[in-house]
Design a protein around this ligand. Structure first.
Ligand SMILES: [Zn+2]
Length: 236
């Protein structure tokens, strides 16, 4: 199986589709304030997480940086609602996108590069074609067009890892906040044993990258072109 990273068009004006949206999340794990690293947070999102039954969910409406103890307190509130195998890092976004949309959308919309939405017909085709790892969550986007199809965000769980040989500048673990980040290597490939067998969409741990299978690309392309770049990523 070949795999492809999702990327936005190099020239946004070269696209065929006029659709744009502005949206926020319902809930957040706050970013982390650290005396050494200053403020930081990741871009991971779990749109399928529903915190509407959590009594204290008002305190999760903001992403503003907080001290490590407060981040830990809020992570503990959220943890029971997130599958135990998935990381919950500072800056994690939870729940569906909520906002407004304008214009016409292609089968697949990638904007920014760490968010992927599909049109309702694309969601139906991915599911009826038997693709695996497709977790669609309806984006709550208000639009003036009543005939426009609904958009569904696909949850990209960070299941694969970059191959350690392509990471060249990993920082030592920060003693205050635990951060040990690295720069996204321009030349990168996936660690073979970490690639989830049979899944057609997944995220890459510690990065903002979303990877889809060749089968995913072939399936959505049956609905016509999308304003998306599929950049092959190899597995070693
Ligand atoms: Zn730190």
């Amino acid at each position: 199986m070949r795999y492809f990273e999702l990327a936005v068009l190099g020239d946004p004006n070269s696209g065929q589709w006029s659709g744009t949206y502005r949206a926020k999340r319902k809930w957040y794990v706050p970013s982390q304030l650290c005396p050494r690293c200053e403020a930081w947070g990741g871009m991971q999102a779990y749109p399928s997480v529903d915190l509407s039954s959590l009594p204290d969910n008002d305190s999760l409406a903001e992403i503003w940086p907080q001290a490590p103890e407060e981040v830990a307190r809020r992570v503990a509130l959220v943890r029971p609602f997130v599958p135990p195998a998935l990381p919950l890092e500072p800056g994690c976004r939870l729940g569906p996108l909520v906002g407004t949309a304008h214009g016409h959308f292609g089968p697949v919309t990638v904007w920014p590069s760490w968010q992927v939405l599909v049109r309702e017909d694309a969601r139906d085709l991915l599911q009826s074609s038997g693709l695996q790892g497709i977790i669609p969550v309806r984006a709550e986007l208000r639009t003036r067009r009543t005939k426009e199809q609904a958009l569904y965000e696909l949850e990209a769980r960070p299941l694969a890892k970059l191959h350690p040989a392509c990471i060249y500048d990993r920082e030592p673990t920060c003693p205050f906040c635990g951060r040990h980040g690295f720069t996204l290597p321009p030349k990168r490939w996936l660690l073979g044993e970490s690639v989830p067998t049979g899944l057609d969409l997944f995220g890459v741990e510690e990065t903002t990258r979303i990877v889809v299978s060749e089968r995913f690309v072939d399936t959505v392309n049956r609905l016509g072109p999308s304003d998306v770049v599929y950049r092959e990523i190899t597995v070693e």
